[in-house]
Design a protein around this ligand. Structure first.
Ligand code: HMG
Length: 440
């Protein structure tokens, strides 16, 4: 079987930032610690008024292609994962291909284009589609581009407002990739849920507290399903575990439960079995809240142990380095987490070749998917190319009134005619519906 996975990746952040502690918290009358310590978020990214999901995705893809000396003829498939689409007919990949054709020689007429939707897990699903296409031998030697691009906005005043964000991740999926190969083994936890949805509306209707429980429930099922095909997993099997990161505090909760599950400490499991009146691995509860209540004494204690804290610092914390400063990017979020971890390894001078990652994706509605990835020899060269730190640093710092203007500018029900906060630099810009131009 040929190895298939992610050959290269680029991140593009929206060019504006909202500082949650300095700008958002005072306006909401909140203690900044609610955001920085509770949610684990410092800043969120927003697109400038000339940016949107197309321009962010196209700009990331352009860099991805230029850096890898690719021409349209090398690409047989362009899939976009987004839950911020403005078009119910044409996939966003057609808009992105249209932009790219303005820059590269040739066209993408031969390429299969589509759009994947399942909330935030769609980015991973689009990678799967490309993986299957290559494995099936239908790619004729060509690679696929998968773009996860979102402007994650909530209605103003919604509790989710603090967890907004915007950006795109473009990934090249190919045979014999330089970055990571994907495992055949996958685990799923999937159920029809209504805690987060957007029926014919741009901003989500969210039951935030329940969405946290649904995330944890589906993730627990996915890990168990994965173990049923891949065998038992243990905390030291993986160097990093990137999770879908709506906000780092969510990952803190998910990681703690995952650790409890995979640590397989019989003494602890027996204590827990006594506490909840049954073996935790066989436990069935009416809902996640009952389960979480049942295990909370135990997980509260576990959280304070040195072994858990060391595992968390080493395996989870590095995956959050970028998310803390950009917020939720929906479909791109778990892919940002993977790159953040590899970036931290590179900065620490660690060799990651042949090491494993445990990747845990999630989308509301709801579905969790987990699999593992093996880091490839070319990973260091790939990670060195990322310029996300410079992009994050260069963002324009919005005051609260400007933030509200930007929120309005990206509200599909409102007029978009607003001033720009930054100057575009040889990149694709939004010039009106159906007109995405490259502005030099
Ligand atoms: P909230 O109710 O405003 O916040 O919204 P809270 O009062 O629950 O506080 C948040 C945390 O901060 C709590 O920590 C507080 O204790 C703590 P926890 O108890 O949870 O560990 N806190 C403080 N800590 C230190 N100092 C302080 C302080 N004050 C409070 N002074 C909520 C929280 C998550 C509900 C909200 O942000 C929300 O609705 N978010 C949107 C939904 C969401 O992100 N859900 C996550 C799971 S679903 C998912 O991931 C899918 C998604 O990405 C969409 C998709 O798939 O398409 C969202």
């Amino acid at each position: 079987m040929i190895d298939v996975g992610i050959d290269a990746a680029e991140i593009w952040t929206g060019k504006l930032k909202l500082d949650l502690a300095e700008t958002f918290a005072p306006e909401k009358g909140d203690d900044p610690g609610k955001y920085t310590k509770g949610l684990g978020l410092y800043e969120s990214s927003f697109p400038d008024t000339y940016e949107d999901i197309v321009t962010m995705g196209a700009n990331a893809s352009k860099r991805l292609m230029e850096r890898n000396d690719l021409e349209p003829d090398d690409i047989g498939r362009i899939d976009v994962a987004t839950e911020s689409s403005f078009d119910n007919s044409k996939p966003i990949s057609t808009y992105i291909a249209g932009c790219l054709e303005q820059t590269f020689d040739g066209d993408f007429h031969h390429a299969n284009k589509g759009e994947r939707k399942f909330a935030c897990v769609a980015g991973t699903q689009a990678i799967d589609d490309a993986y299957n296409w290559i494995r099936a031998g239908r790619n004729r030697g060509r690679a696929a581009i998968v773009v996860a691009t979102d402007t994650a906005l909530y209605a103003r005043g919604d509790p989710g407002e603090a967890t907004q964000g915007a950006g795109a991740v473009a990934m090249l999926i190919s045979e014999d990739p330089s970055l990571v190969t994907l495992s055949d083994e996958q685990g799923y936890g999937s159920a029809d849920e209504t805690d987060f949805l957007k029926p014919n509306q741009q901003f989500p209707s969210v039951d935030g507290k329940r969405s946290v429980q649904v995330y944890l429930a589906r993730m627990r099922e996915a890990v168990e399903d994965y173990e049923s095909v891949a065998g038992e997993i243990h905390p030291d099997d993986f160097v990093y575990a990137p999770f879908h990161t709506p906000f780092p505090g969510m990952v803190r909760k998910a990681a703690l439960l995952a650790y409890r599950h995979i640590t397989r400490d019989t003494e602890i499991e027996e204590a827990l079995a006594e506490q909840i009146g049954m073996q935790p691995r066989e436990a069935e509860f009416d809902d996640e809240e009952t389960f979480l209540d049942a295990v909370s004494d135990y997980t509260d204690e576990l959280k304070e142990t040195t072994r858990y804290q060391e595992w968390y610092e080493a395996t989870i914390d590095p995956t959050l380095d970028i998310a803390r400063h950009v917020g939720n990017w929906y479909t791109g979020s778990v892919h940002v987490a993977r790159l953040a971890a590899l970036k931290r390894a590179h900065e620490a001078g660690r060799d990651m070749t042949d090491e494993r990652l445990f990747v845990a994706s999630y989308g509301s509605g709801a579905q969790a998917e987990v699999h593992h990835e093996t880091v490839q020899e070319g990973w260091k060269e790939e990670i060195t190319q990322l310029n996300i730190d410079e992009q994050v640093e260069a963002r324009y710092d919005l005051d609260f009134a400007e933030y509200e203007t930007v929120h309005d500018a990206h509200d599909h029900s409102k007029d978009r005619d607003y001033e720009e906060f930054t100057a575009p630099d040889a990149e694709f810009v939004f010039d009106g519906w159906g007109r995405m131009g490259e502005r030099k």
